[in-house]
Ligand binder design. Structure first.
Ligand code: MV4
Length: 446
């Protein structure tokens, strides 16, 4: 097992990783910017190293500073968390070149999944269902026209280096294709330094369902079920659930079998999430994330398994502690991502927290690095707490979330707690009857 783990992240996820390390008996090293000297992740770590000034590019994205911090503290592994360097293949490669373990997939798999065309090609070849579209990159307008005519309009032009909603253009019909293709290419070139694009049929009312998979170095691959992440605004998720209100056990098993077989053939390792669009009873793979995700707690709650502990054990060469038959899904879990934002305008509201009272009780979990007296800095992501509930049924979980949101007190900054209260009270949410478009309409209409 590792002797010491450096956590290359901040906020609640740095705490989450520290907690797993503590329970495994592994000392931790925190890294922080000058803006985070007073942060909870620094206070709770065994050691800490300041790695630079507030802007992330000079601190949490500063690879030489992070590798130096690991060397001087004698860390033998680095956990990247999510965001920042978590899906940077070059960073993973450099960590390994410095004789340390990167707690995540191989640099090759990170790079493969970072190229959305390569990811689709690999998954399609391994039998995972895809959205109908181009076979690889679309090099010119003639090819785009031919593919669009085959799959039918409307179509989406997506950037190979995009993902998470960046670099997409819709063409409603043949007349709009030239402009969508041209704009998508030039935006991709400007944003990613890579103008490769591909084409897909546009699905007009899908749900966003993702599957959590884990693989060890011994050929064992399991899935931990799905999460429904359809409730998003501008590609930022606000609320996630496990399981999806739209799936039953048979659909989950089928998807899980296909996905785990594919990743076994790929030789994938550590944690991964396959993203699907689900419409009219059909799954279509769109992207794969090669990191621990923000919303992993809902999966942990329904499975009763510490996923970060498993990530660390696997990275150290241990076998997965669970076979597929050991993984049972119990009850329902919901997560609300609470941000330091005006709940009506979504303008970030950094500032000092004067009162912090987290809810508690049966089936309530709060993953947060907030405390009374903490100053929320303006430099980073505005998520300040994840409120997760678990209960025997979805209705019980909704009622528990309403109760927990009601108990949550944060004074000094504005948060999106009032917005979450409106969402969980909405009849469409309670019915489980929503697509990726529901929340934007709901927010716009209030
Ligand atoms: C799509 C789509 C409809 N049809 N692809 C946006 C994020 C990126 N991961 C993929 N995205 C989408 N791809 C096809 N062929 C609609 C979206 C999409 C979306 C997907 C998941 C969650 C929220 C979304 C919001 C808008 C659009």
């Amino acid at each position: 097992m590792f002797q010491k783990i450096l956590i290359a992240n901040r906020g609640e996820i740095a705490l989450r990783i520290q907690r797993a390390c503590r329970e495994l008996g592994i000392p931790t090293v925190a890294v922080h910017s000058t803006a985070d000297a007073e942060a909870m992740h620094v206070r709770l770590a065994d050691e800490s190293v300041c790695i630079g000034p507030p802007p992330a590019r000079d601190s949490y994205l500063n690879i030489p500073a992070i590798l130096s911090a690991a060397s001087i503290t004698g860390a033998d592994a680095i956990h990247p968390g999510y965001g920042f360097l978590s899906e940077n293949a070059r960073f993973a490669d450099m960590v390994e070149a410095h004789g340390m373990a990167f707690i995540g997939p191989s640099p090759e798999h990170i790079a493969m999944m970072g190229d959305k065309i390569a990811a689709k090609e690999a998954m399609g070849a391994l039998g995972v269902p895809l959205v109908p579209g181009s076979d690889g990159a679309v090099a010119d307008l003639e090819t785009a026209r031919a593919v669009a005519a085959r799959v039918g309009y409307p179509v989406l032009i997506k950037a190979a280096a995009g993902g998470g909603g960046r670099g997409m253009k819709v063409a409603q019909d043949a007349a709009g294709l030239e402009e969508a293709f041209r704009v998508a290419r030039s935006e991709a070139a400007a944003a990613f330094g890579n103008d490769a694009v591909y084409l897909e049929k546009y699905l007009d009312r899908p749900r966003h369902i993702e599957l959590q998979v884990f693989a060890d170095a011994h050929g064992n691959v399991v899935h931990f079920g799905e999460r429904d992440c359809s409730l998003q605004r501008r590609h930022q998720k606000l609320l996630e659930e496990a399981g999806s209100p739209a799936l039953n056990a048979a659909a989950r098993d089928g998807l899980g079998r296909t996905a785990t077989a594919a990743l076994r053939k790929l030789g994938y390792r550590n944690a991964g999430t396959l993203e699907f669009l689900y419409q009219d009873g059909q799954f279509a793979f769109i992207e794969m994330n090669t990191r621990l995700q923000v919303e992993h707690p809902v999966t942990e709650m329904v499975c009763g398994i510490d996923l970060v502990r498993e990530q660390i054990r696997i990275a150290a060469g241990a076998e997965l502690d669970y076979g597929q038959e050991d993984i049972r899904f119990t009850g329902h879990a919901i997560e609300c991502r609470i941000t330091a934002e005006d709940p009506a305008t979504f303008v970030p509201t950094p500032g000092r927290v004067s009162v912090f009272h987290a809810p508690g009780g049966l089936g309530v979990r709060v993953d947060s690095a907030l405390y009374a007296g903490y100053f929320v800095p303006p430099y980073y992501d505005s998520m300040v707490a994840k409120l997760i509930v678990h209960a025997p049924t979805r209705i019980d979980a909704i009622n528990r979330m309403r109760r927990a949101l009601d108990e949550f007190v944060v004074v000094g900054i504005q948060t999106t707690i009032p917005l979450h209260q409106r969402i969980v009270d909405a009849p469409e949410f309670q019915a489980g009857d929503y697509t990726i478009h529901w929340l934007e309409r709901f927010v716009g209409s209030h």
